[in-house]
Design a protein around this ligand. Structure first.
Ligand SMILES: NC(=O)c1ccc[n+]([C@@H]2O[C@H](COP(=O)([O-])OP(=O)(O)OC[C@H]3O[C@@H](n4cnc5c(N)ncnc54)[C@H](O)[C@@H]3O)[C@@H](O)[C@H]2O)c1
Length: 290
């Protein structure tokens, strides 16, 4: 069995979505696990930006003496970038990292079922959406799993692995082996909305936005209180900007709708910011200007 799994990971990793998470997952797939990585996005500009980001990331690693020019060449050679899902046909393991919207992810999973081999494992990097629900629309629910990387992926040590109701033990074992190849630590969570990390983190961020909305503190004051007062590396509003306010809102909507408890109601100020297109660092403006 072990040999079979090892053989599988000498082959190809697919990543759907070349945004901040997909790009990070692709980096650890190639640079840490040594896999060939095929990245798919519907937006050519995002693919180009992802490619540039990976090249610059390698340059920074070289400056820090953590990579050589030759290794950079090898890392980049293992990548390919594509606009069509059908280009993932050779992949053994695919991680989906598209926006946090159930219908969008469901459509991607329908396409992935057609595009990939029957034995290919399909993982979602979802922050909150039910893995069991995504698996339910496929013909291989035993091979669907949650693989929730943390942002920024090359830096953060954790992957939260979510086992859906029908996920097989073999799929879990293979996923844990991939995570180990990526040199990540693992926490296994039950498939309940938000899992562990976002069940705790997002209500905290939402409450920080509510505190701002009620005028209890300024943006800087709220961040300073939590950063220096609770010894976290960044305040909740900085973190929200970094995650993306659209992603934060979608996660709060899932918690609110699927758990049915009013304590998860998204703060109206968060809704307004997203409606205005103020999505945080990635759009140039959120609680701070970039
Ligand atoms: N941002 C975070 O801190 C964070 C942390 C952990 C998990 N996540 C999760 O990761 C996922 C992606 O988040 P992100 O921050 O990278 O978002 P992002 O907006 O940076 O990137 C999403 C990418 O998906 C692409 N995309 C859209 N539709 C597509 C399709 N049909 N096929 C292929 N690509 C498509 C977009 O063009 C974009 O490049 C979400 O599910 C999010 O909840 C985010």
């Amino acid at each position: 069995m072990k040999q079979f799994l090892r053989y599988r990971f000498s082959t190809v990793l697919g990543v759907v979505g070349a945004g901040q998470m997909g790009t990070g997952i692709a980096i650890v797939g190639s640079a840490v696990a040594g896999l060939r990585v095929r990245v798919v996005d519907v937006n050519e500009q995002r693919l180009n930006a992802s490619h540039n980001f990976i090249s610059k990331w390698c340059d920074k690693e070289i400056q820090k003496n953590r990579m050589t020019d030759q290794i950079k060449t090898d890392v980049l050679q293992r990548f390919s970038f594509h606009l069509q899902m059908s280009d993932l046909a050779s992949c053994d393991f695919v991680v989906e990292a598209a926006p946090e919207k159930y219908e969008m992810k469901a459509e991607i999973f329908r396409q992935l079922i057609k595009a990939t081999k029957p034995e290919t494992i399909l993982a979602s990097n979802t922050s909150s959406i039910s893995i069991t629900k995504l698996a339910g629309i496929t013909n291989r629910p035993d091979r669907i799993i949650g693989m929730h990387f943390m942002n920024p992926v090359p830096v953060m040590k954790l992957i939260e692995v979510i086992k859906g109701l029908q996920t097989s033990q073999q799929t879990l074992d293979t996923t844990l082996e991939l995570a180990a190849k990526m040199k990540k630590e693992i926490v296994i969570a039950q498939d309940i909305p938000g899992f562990i990390a976002n069940r705790i983190l997002m209500p905290y961020i939402n409450e920080a936005i509510q505190t701002l909305h009620e005028g209890i503190g300024t943006v800087e004051g709220i961040d300073k209180a939590m950063k220096l007062g609770t010894n976290v590396p960044m305040g909740p509003l900085t973190l929200a900007d970094f995650i993306g306010l659209d992603t934060c809102l979608e996660i709060m909507k899932v918690l609110h709708q699927d758990l049915g408890d009013s304590k998860y109601r998204p703060c109206p100020l968060l809704v307004n910011y997203v409606n205005a297109g103020w999505l945080g660092k990635k759009s140039g403006r959120g609680f701070y200007k970039y």
